[in-house]
Write a protein that binds this ligand. Structure first.
Ligand SMILES: [Zn+2]
Length: 97
């Protein structure tokens, strides 16, 4: 299965929107980010059920972006852009004894 990052869906302030849209339209997305940040404090990644939390970050220029929740990277679907292996698990079974 090929990863399809553009199809990742993010829930922000009750609205479900593709991640690709958020990245392409930062100006239109800013109010959604601001509302989500004020109301719930985080966004949701819908790659899995139950949805996984995403950190909402803002820059001084007023731009927002989302990042994987600390320690939850390995919970995301393998095709999700927020998926990452937990530190220490990425080497697989490499017992040096
Ligand atoms: Zn995800």
């Amino acid at each position: 299965m090929e990863p399809t990052p553009g199809h990742s869906r993010i829930q922000l302030a009750g609205r479900i929107t593709p991640l690709s849209w958020l990245r392409k339209h930062p100006t239109e997305a800013a109010p959604l980010f601001a509302r989500a940040k004020a109301e719930v404090g985080h966004a949701l990644c819908l790659c899995r059920r139950p949805a996984l939390r995403l950190v909402i970050r803002s820059t001084r220029a007023g731009r927002y972006h989302v990042a994987g929740w600390p320690g939850e990277g390995e919970k995301h679907d393998t095709g999700c852009p927020f998926h990452k292996l937990a530190p220490g698990l990425s080497g697989g079974y490499r017992d040096s004894t």
